[in-house]
Design a protein around this ligand. Sequence first.
Ligand SMILES: [Zn+2]
Length: 157
Amino acid sequence: MIQPKMRDCLSIHPKDERLLLISQEIDCVKHSKDFVADVVRKMRLAMVDSGGVGIAAPQIGESYRIVIVEELIMINPTIKPFGDYRIIRDFEGCLSLPNQIHSIPRFDRIEVTYKTRDNFIKTEKLFGFSARIAQHEVDHLDGILIGVNHVERDTIQ
Ligand SMILES: [Zn+2]
């Protein structure tokens, strides 16, 4: 997720269909640590280069479930709201959709469970802007783009 200014380096074209795919889980048997490190390195480069605060692997054309949210690298992340959460609407930009801003409702607090690069399972609580970034990036792993196919979650079952 970014402010809508970007230099398109490693990111793929907004119309690239890889952005709409469901990404594959990283499997520690099938995917080496070096492979994951290489994808993460390219993601970080693209994120920093575009002034972003988060990025998902599909945005650089790698259809794997890896996201970076600020400083956190998360592999196979899953998220859910917790506690006394609320749904807050705010504006978001996206590295893959230059010059677009959309008002998107998101949970204000989430619990995210993910694997680290060393294969540890971690659970963290994220709030506010960090929670918003994580929801935006995890949406990318399911081929969901703001302003394209993001479905509003005004209610939750
Ligand atoms: Zn995005």
